[in-house]
Design a protein around this ligand. Structure first.
Ligand code: C5P
Length: 275
């Protein structure tokens, strides 16, 4: 049996540069990962099975379009059928929330199946499968801090800052396609130069304005995070609605989380660290 972590992905910065003819957008983004997220458990079995458990299991439909089963099937198409697998997805990340939950799950499935069948984790064919499953899946497959270009699939590693982070989601799902479609098509320039923290601090998330227009709850999340004691950066991740705040001190992160909890807004909060 293999239990493969599927950590949440953050876009510490996300610069949208152009709309492409294929409907996707040309990006420059700084991907980072945190220590917590979903897990995917793969167990060789007599026949295939798939189940979703955990606090956010209810947010997902059945087998039909789940990225986990699509990843399983795509892996088999490239590397052969292998043995039947019972797969259990333990869903702790909110769905459709800009922190790559589905992409992380798909990537964890690919990693788990690769381990079970002796495929090296850096096999280019694995990254081709990942890119076919979604723009963020290659980054989640590598699972480390990286600059992403193109759709997000052209990856360059960069050293990770090791910082406390608070994730907050106001409980509204946003459609990635709708947020990209509402981008104003103004190129505001490339990622800044420097180390990962410098890029994050001087960077932007160009999807914040269109996401805030579609889901005004994001305004309140960002306002609360930006006002927290000791916060170094408060920003939305991906196409939203999850926002993150970076802190220097764990104590400040805990105070911010307690303040949000006490306000009883029904928001999802996760106290974690950049990995
Ligand atoms: O690649 P993925 O299926 O995750 O993308 C979901 C949607 O987000 C796409 O259909 C597209 O509308 C939008 N998208 C985009 N440009 C990107 C990534 C995603 O326009 N670089």
């Amino acid at each position: 049996m293999i239990v493969e972590p599927a950590p949440a992905k953050l876009n510490l910065a996300l610069h949208v540069r152009a709309r492409r003819d294929d409907g996707y957008h040309e990006l420059e983004t700084l991907f980072a990962f945190v220590r917590d997220g979903d897990t995917v458990r793969l167990t060789p079995a007599e026949r295939d099975g798939f189940a979703i458990i955990g606090p956010f299991a209810g947010g997902l439909g059945g087998e039909g379009d789940n990225l986990v089963t699509r990843a399983r099937d795509a892996f088999r198409s490239s590397f052969g059928p292998g043995e039947p697998l019972s797969i259990v997805l333990d869903k702790h990340l909110p769905v459709a929330s800009g922190i790559g939950g589905g992409s992380a799950d798909a990537a964890a499935t690919l990693r788990g199946m690769a381990k079970l069948s002796g495929v090296p984790l850096d096999d280019p064919a694995l990254f081709d499968i990942a890119a076919g499953l979604g723009s963020d899946v290659p980054a989640c497959l590598a699972g480390r801090t990286m600059i992403g270009r193109g759709r997000g699939e052209r990856l360059t590693p960069i050293d990770a800052p090791d910082l406390p982070v608070l994730l907050v989601n106001p409980g509204v799902g946003v459609s990635t396609a709708a947020v990209f479609a509402a981008w104003d098509r103004i190129d505001r320039g490339p990622l800044p130069q420097g180390d990962a923290l410098a890029i994050a601090l001087a960077g932007r998330n160009d999807l914040e304005p269109p996401a805030r227009a579609l889901a005004p709850e994001i305004d309140a999340v960002l306002a609360l995070l930006a006002a927290a004691e000791g916060v170094t950066l408060a920003r939305m991740s991906g196409s939203g609605a999850t926002c993150f705040a970076l802190f220097d001190r764990v104590e400040d992160r805990a105070t911010a989380a307690a303040t949000i909890g006490a306000a009883q807004l029904g928001w999802w909060c996760l106290e974690t660290e950049l990995a």
